[in-house]
Design a protein around this ligand. Structure first.
Ligand SMILES: [Zn+2]
Length: 280
């Protein structure tokens, strides 16, 4: 089947790795148990889609991470469908820098995902600059969660998690300024700071956005407006699978007022450029 789109934001959902993703299930009103990788691959394949897949390394917070080797193994089994991204725990210091390099150079992972809320760090903290420097040299994109999260939502004190870590300005703004060669995909439209994110994208061409985590029906009007115009080359299709299914996302995307020429860019062309995936 012809490639129709690339979902740049899916979480590990296999029975071995469902833990951290399942904790967000209550917020998204889906009970999550593990989904065998074959089932996920078959779903994406049947829809003509590829998927970027990642977990989040929070080992310094005492949480299990299945490992970049595991992600590389899954992606290696289904290279026509899965694009593996690494995760490293920024608090691991030089070990994080070395692991990012190993994950990209030796394991062939194609980008690095960060979750500042869950990993409890400010991206513009100078202590993490060696990591951004390294990833910038590796020439692979990063995905940084921005804005609200389902993680911890509705639990006492939000599970102790701080939303502020994921505020685009100043935290990502400063990283984008200091590392102009680092490609930063701000994951989700960034609500309640989506307008800050739009400003950041207009100002810094190394910042992109994925539309994951929300049904497109609920995208703020300014996000749709800029995605349809000035920012149409840096907005990406993403679901947050398994929390939102690609069928639902695509169905709801149809119902939103995007220009036809922009739809193809969001679904496929922009991600091709981001990930250097050539047309056949
Ligand atoms: Zn996500």
């Amino acid at each position: 089947m012809e490639l129709r789109g690339i979902d740049v934001h899916t979480h590990l959902a296999t029975p071995e790795a469902i833990g951290e993703t399942a904790e967000m299930g209550a917020y998204f009103k889906t009970a999550l148990t593990g989904i065998p990788i074959e089932e996920t691959v078959e779903l994406y394949r049947s829809l003509g889609l590829m998927a970027v897949v990642f977990g989040i390394d929070k080992t310094s917070r005492g949480q299990a991470y299945p490992g970049n080797d595991y992600v590389a193994h899954l992606a290696g089994q289904f290279p026509e469908t899965l694009i593996g991204f690494a995760s490293v725990d920024p608090w691991a210091g030089t070990r994080a820098v070395d692991e990012a390099r190993r994950a990209v150079v030796d394991l062939g992972l194609r980008g690095v995902k960060f979750m500042p809320i869950g990993q409890a760090f400010y991206p513009d903290d100078r202590r993490f600059y060696p990591l951004w420097e390294e990833i910038s040299h590796l020439r692979v994109p990063t995905i940084f969660h921005v804005g609200h999260t389902g993680s911890g939502a509705g639990t006492p004190g939000g599970g102790g998690l701080l939303l502020e870590y994921a505020r685009p300005i100043p935290h990502l703004d400063r990283v984008a300024a200091d590392f102009p060669d680092l490609t930063i995909v701000a994951a989700h439209p960034g609500w309640p700071w989506h307008d800050e994110l739009l400003s950041l994208m207009l100002h810094k061409p190394n910042v992109w956005m994925d539309l994951s985590g929300w049904s497109p029906k609920y995208l703020p009007p300014t996000v749709v407006q800029y995605a349809n115009s000035l920012l149409q080359d840096r907005v990406l299709f993403g679901t947050d699978y398994p929390l939102i299914s690609p069928e639902r996302w695509l169905r709801d995307f149809e119902a939103v007022d995007f220009k036809e020429s922009v739809r193809t860019k969001i679904l496929l062309d922009n991600a091709r450029r981001l990930l250097a995936i050539d047309p056949p």
